[in-house]
Write a protein of this length. Structure first.
Length: 307
């Protein structure tokens, strides 16, 4: 039996609970891993709050929280290629196994080996934040010297996008609350504090001709404030707000396969995608880790060290 943290029914934080479960058996196309580190993401509490089509795996309650992890392969299911027992790996729990647990199953096509020199802690942050950063900037395809606005720069994905954009030679302006300023400026962002400044006015003063690209991580009314600042509305890429086509923009095209994981790992090794990890929690402290993300107080990336 292993310890896990999850939820016994859909709802708010009150449905969360610790429980013991046997090691899950890897199904076809899955690998069983001993979890070393799990990443914490907004998607985790969204999955707890209600069904998300295609991501719960149809598993019974209680379900384990978490979508990304790094660890060691303990067993292979059928039709798994390119991975072996004993491999250090990182990837997605896309079939509903969860990652806030001592052991779990990852989807093998969405799992990659951790390259030598990369820590499990860093690797655990790459499946969501790292590959998202690669995807949005590839989708924009901006040349060095172009301007990009990262709306909601202070979280794990926003800082990953900003750091990678700066590494590509882009001029990055980012919006966020006061508490997010220090980490954003440390990666080379010209920061605009939406709690103290008129974002649209400051952005227009900084980039009078309009932005070459906008990456939105805030959604809602904030997205509607910044979208008109783009030279071309098609270069407004939203990560969470599915209504962006109504503004002429696009939703991020996600690639969560092994190839993109391996690419993100190489960028991390080169220092171009190094995550800003601001808190490392024990599994016993998982409630506080997720609460920080759910309440919007988290700056950078939060992880849970399990092993």
């Amino acid at each position: 039996m292993g310890k896990a943290w999850g939820f016994g029914r859909h709802g708010g934080p009150e449905v969360q609970e610790f429980f013991d479960r046997p090691d899950p058996a890897p199904g076809r196309g899955e690998v069983l891993i001993r979890v070393d580190v799990a990443g914490v993401n907004p998607l985790d509490h969204l999955l707890r709050s209600g069904p998300v089509e295609g991501l719960d795996g149809g598993r019974p309650f209680p379900r384990v929280l978490g979508m990304e992890a790094a660890g060691t392969v303990l067993a292979l299911g059928e039709d798994v290629n390119g991975l072996e027992v004993g491999d250090a790996v990182f990837g997605f729990a896309l079939t509903g196994g969860g990652t806030y647990a001592e052991t779990t199953v990852l989807s093998a096509p969405h799992t990659a080996r951790i390259p030598e020199g990369l820590s499990a802690t860093v690797a655990a942050t790459l499946p969501v934040a790292g590959t998202t950063a690669v995807d949005v900037l590839d989708q924009l395809g901006l040349p060095a010297g172009a301007t990009v606005l990262v709306n909601g720069v202070g979280g794990g994905v926003g800082l990953a996008v900003a750091r990678l954009a700066v590494g590509r030679g882009l001029r990055v302006i980012g919006t966020g609350s006061t508490a997010k300023r220090e980490h954003a400026e440390a990666v080379g962002v010209r920061f605009v504090d939406y709690t103290a400044e008129d974002v649209a006015a400051v952005a227009r003063a900084l980039v009078p001709d309009g932005f070459d690209g906008i990456v939105d991580l805030a959604g809602g009314s904030s997205l509607r404030t910044v979208a008109p600042l783009a030279q071309d509305p098609r270069n407004v890429i939203a990560v969470g707000d599915m209504s962006v086509p109504d503004l002429g923009g696009r939703f991020v095209e996600r690639r969560v396969d092994r190839e993109n994981l391996e690419r993100s790992a190489r960028l991390a090794l080169d220092g171009l995608l190094a995550p800003v990890i601001t808190a490392v929690h024990a599994l016993s402290d998982a409630p506080a880790a997720l609460a920080a993300v759910e309440n919007g107080h988290a700056s950078g990336k939060i992880v849970i060290r399990v092993a």
